[in-house]
Write a protein that binds this ligand. Structure first.
Ligand code: GDP
Length: 526
């Protein structure tokens, strides 16, 4: 690909993830976006996966067996001249470190919030990761067709709970049964919810004074006046639209709508794509920035998904392309080992199963078939390009299990399995200082199940896991290390790098400890 062609292709890419709490409407809105992109023809095909529109791949089997979706973990479609990549962030029981790591591979995040519930636990956790990366966040306030909280309340919550300022791109005119439309500040128009109840026009332009024509039936409506008053208040006392602050993740543009009734979704999509950033440069370990327009291909592994089918031990390594062009069959170097690998068995993620998509460029995601070569965080590069991208952060686990080998005769395969799975990034491992017990930590229950399954299937090691429930992991400095600080309510352990930490039973135990040892500084990971 010539350099100008590469630039043109990369500039078209918009790669993002949707962050939300389960049931806020992520699947529903994803489907609407895919419909607009022409990638699916009917709603209901993302969760049901019955239509067969997704790339037919070997991975379909796994999905059926375990309900884990590989092909829908990246969805690509074209809209308004842009090539859009949506990366799925598994929630519910599928919540895992991979959910967090996926956020390392996107250039923007869309936060979907249920207007009746406001900001919920999982959204908060995911937002923190996004905030830490400083990437732009766009907010969609969903379920406007139902009665929810006051819009002004929702905006204050963004600021108070998440610490992000907001700019409303549009504003609800009514809610629930009384929903009439959106007062679209940004496009200077009103978008009607049920145009058939009025003159049939969906969009009514606003005049210089910010009004729809006085003759319009909606003009008399109290909800319209209310929306106008709210917006006036926001114009006077609220934030100003500032593109730079949006790009830095300091200001979130807020859109209202209803994914289920497909209201406000296309307005959101087209406006979002207007401001969502194109692929950005990635930092190497040395702190050098590699531009996406560099001709040589490079990319990093942000998640590894194991095949849950016992007949296949293979897995898929998800690679975010950071620079250049991927071509099927190309040779790359795995920087960690210096090993050469041929990228021939690779899955791409066109959601509409377009044939012959042979290339992908910076911003895109490819799924590389892996027999055990890759670890999370690995960099692969083409030709003379010799870079290793920054390590991915480790996330503080919340769930813990004690693990032992069921069969004492199989200690060797037990240790080998644990070591490899920990290195690959599938699970976190800790060793207790007092008894030398193995404790594994995860951010979601599924990680344990995958661990147990893979230990048995790939390493022939049956493991016994004893739940320890939720714990609060906090690291501290080696110089503060003192075995006497340990108790049953604050277990002293070391992580796989040898760093000391405590696993506290609960907040109370942690506060008690902090009171007793005020000089020991406790730190969490991301
Ligand atoms: P996810 O868990 O975030 O993927 O949420 P889903 O998209 O599966 O939605 C959860 C539930 O909320 C489903 O029953 C949806 O039909 C419903 N839902 C999603 N969007 C809306 C909406 O705009 N209005 C209403 N009333 N329900 C919605």
């Amino acid at each position: 690909m010539s350099n100008s062609h590469l630039r043109e292709e990369v500039e078209k890419r918009r790669t993002f993830a949707i962050i939300s709490h389960p049931d806020a409407g992520k699947t529903t809105i994803t489907e609407q976006l895919l419909l607009f992109g022409g990638a699916i023809r009917q709603a209901g095909s993302v969760k049901g996966k019955k239509t067969g529109n997704f790339a037919k791949s070997d991975w379909m089997e796994i999905e059926k067996q375990r309900g884990i979706s590989v092909t829908s973990s990246v969805m690509q479609f074209d809209y308004a001249g842009k090539r859009v990549n949506i990366l799925d962030t598994p929630g519910h029981e599928d919540f895992s470190e991979d959910t967090y790591r996926t956020l390392m591979a996107v250039d923007a995040a869309v936060m979907v919030i249920d207007t009746a519930k406001g900001i919920e636990a999982q959204t908060k956790k995911l937002f923190k990761v996004v905030k830490d990366r400083g990437i732009p966040v766009f907010t969609f306030m969903n379920k406007l067709d139902r009665d929810g909280r006051e819009p002004l309340d929702l905006l204050s919550e963004l600021e108070e709970v998440l610490g992000i300022e907001s700019y409303p791109m549009n504003w609800p005119i009514g809610m629930g049964k009384g929903l009439e439309g959106l007062y679209d500040v940004f496009h200077k128009r009103v978008e009607l919810y049920r145009p058939e109840n009025y003159e049939g026009e969906r969009f009514i332009p606003l005049d210089e004074t910010g009004d729809i024509p006085k003759t319009h039936k909606l003009f008399q409506n109290a909800v319209y006046t209310q929306a106008q008053e709210d917006v006036e208040l926001l114009v006077e006392a609220g934030n100003v639209f500032d593109e730079e602050r949006i790009q830095n993740g300091d200001l979130t543009p807020v859109f209202f709508g209803s994914a289920l009734t497909n209201f406000g979704v296309e307005t959101f999509l087209s406006t979002f794509l207007q401001f969502a950033p194109e692929p950005h440069a990635h930092k190497t370990i040395e702190g050098e920035e590699i531009s996406p327009f560099v001709e040589e291909f490079s990319g990093f592994v942000f998640k590894i998904q194991a095949n849950m089918n016992p007949a296949h031990r293979d897995r898929i390594a998800f690679v975010r392309i950071s620079s250049g062009t991927f071509t099927r069959g190309m040779d790359v170097t795995l920087q960690r080992t210096g090993k050469k690998v041929k990228l021939s068995n690779v899955t791409q993620f066109m959601a509409d199963a377009r044939e012959n998509v042979e290339t992908a460029v910076a911003g895109d995601i490819i799924g590389v078939y892996d027999t055990g070569n890759y670890q999370v965080g690995d960099t692969i590069t083409e030709g003379k390009l010799k870079v290793a991208y920054e390590e991915l952060p480790t996330f503080t686990p919340e769930l813990f299990m004690k693990v032992t080998a069921k069969n004492v005769m199989k200690q060797k395969s037990f240790h080998k399995g644990i070591e490899q799975l920990v290195q690959e990034g599938a699970i976190q491992l800790y060793t207790t200082v007092q008894t030398g017990d193995y404790i594994i930590g995860a951010v979601g229950q599924l990680q344990f199940e995958v661990f147990q399954y893979r230990m048995l299937n790939e390493y022939n090691a049956e493991v016994v896991m004893t739940p320890m429930g939720n714990k609060i992991a906090r690291w501290f400095k080696e110089e503060d290390f003192d075995e006497r600080m340990s108790s049953s309510r604050n277990i002293l352990a070391r992580d796989r790098f040898g760093n000391p930490l405590f696993l506290f039973e609960n907040e109370f135990a942690m506060r008690w400890f902090a009171d007793k040892y005020p000089n020991v500084e406790l730190e969490s990971l991301l």
